[in-house]
Ligand binder design. Structure first.
Ligand code: GLY
Length: 351
């Protein structure tokens, strides 16, 4: 799998113009959702002059085969060939669906990602995972198909609300844990209540480097790429529980709580240092609050985790950490241990 070109841009339009000048293609297409068409497209309109615009409905419920069909039809009806280029401008829903459309149209056309949310910049738009949901199953159909380039600009973050900044930052915290003590300390010093976007751009690039490093070693997630699932086994369970309760939470919030719980499991299973867990719990409490659970929720959380992974018997598969920068994938953990970590989680957050 070829390495993606990652471009850090202070001026997104001029970065995109420069990139397009270097690329060879016959027709240019740009995919947005209704929100990014209105809020983000104007920032890049000049650079994309002459492109055919394709717009899909916003929201994860539209990351669906009907939207994909619409993109394929638009490409086909407006003369896209194997040598055409698709620019996906949006959050993870747009870059995932656009990437899959590019992977499959005429067996593959070139694409560029221009992520407009922090979550997409540090995760979805980088690393080549593309796809759509099938019924209620997330990312059930897809392909590994890296964009040729990803243009990352904090210009888009100026209009992003604090909750979406915090949500994306949770994936950066995950990358911090699997990178170095130094990067971890930088993240823990960052004040999400008063985000400094210039400092954030530097942290974003470091975060992307961590992800790229892992993806390069294992592009199709046979082994070490599973490190990027850290925090997500319990995180997805929190996300599903919150959805079922009718009080959905942003993905990154669930990941932040999931990271604390999974480090608590790692502490008992692999002696992960408790001082780091206290630092993270303090940071998460300050910036994400606490997620209210009682012991009555444990069975439901375990049920969601069992659905989420390929497990062995009653045990659940986790990516865990031995220490910062030292990951261990495919740990099969007994439900009792997970319940103990949830007890500690509730103690840490005074629940
Ligand atoms: N979001 C995790 C990965 O790209 O592997």
């Amino acid at each position: 799998m070829s390495k993606q070109q990652i471009i850090a841009a202070t001026d997104v339009a001029s970065a995109l113009r420069g990139l397009l000048n270097e690329m060879h293609y016959d027709r240019l297409f740009v995919l947005t959702d209704e929100h990014t068409a209105r809020l983000c497209y104007p920032l890049v309109a000049d650079a994309l002059e002459g492109a055919h615009r394709i717009t899909i409905a916003a929201g994860d419920e539209h990351k669906h085969v009907d939207s994909l069909c619409h993109v394929w039809s638009e490409l086909s009806q407006h003369g896209a060939t194997r040598h055409s280029l698709l620019v996906s401008l949006g959050g993870g829903m747009v870059t995932d669906l656009g990437g899959f459309a590019a992977a499959t149209f005429k067996r593959g056309i070139a694409c560029i990602n221009v992520p407009t949310t922090l979550l997409a910049m540090v995760d979805a738009a980088v690393g080549g995972k593309t796809g759509i949901n099938l019924h209620s199953l997330k990312n059930e159909v897809g392909a590994f198909y890296p964009a040729q380039a990803v243009v990352v600009s904090s210009q888009f973050l100026q209009s992003l609300d604090g909750e979406n900044i915090a949500s994306g930052f949770a994936e950066m915290i995950k990358h911090g844990l699997i990178s170095t003590e130094e990067h971890w300390a930088q993240l823990m010093r960052y004040d999400l209540h008063r985000p400094d976007l210039e400092a954030l751009q530097a942290l974003i690039m470091e975060s992307i480097r961590t992800k790229e490093d892992i993806v390069e070693q294992d592009p199709t997630e046979k082994h070490i790429r599973k490190a990027l699932n850290l925090g997500h086994t319990l995180g997805h369970a929190f996300e599903t529980l919150a959805m079922r309760r009718g009080t959905p939470v942003l993905h990154g919030y669930a990941v932040a709580w999931g990271l604390v719980c999974e480090l608590l499991i790692a502490h008992r299973a692999l002696s992960f240092p408790s001082a780091v867990i206290y630092d993270l719990a303090r940071f998460v409490e300050q910036h994400y609050g606490a997620y209210a659970i009682t012991c009555d929720d444990y069975d439901e959380l375990l049920t969601h985790m069992r659905h989420d992974k390929k497990n062995v018997g009653e045990k659940i598969n986790f990516t865990l950490m031995k220490k910062i920068g030292d990951c261990s994938v495919d740990n099969y953990i007994e439900p009792k241990e997970i319940e103990i970590s949830l007890d500690f989680f509730r103690d840490l957050f005074h629940l």
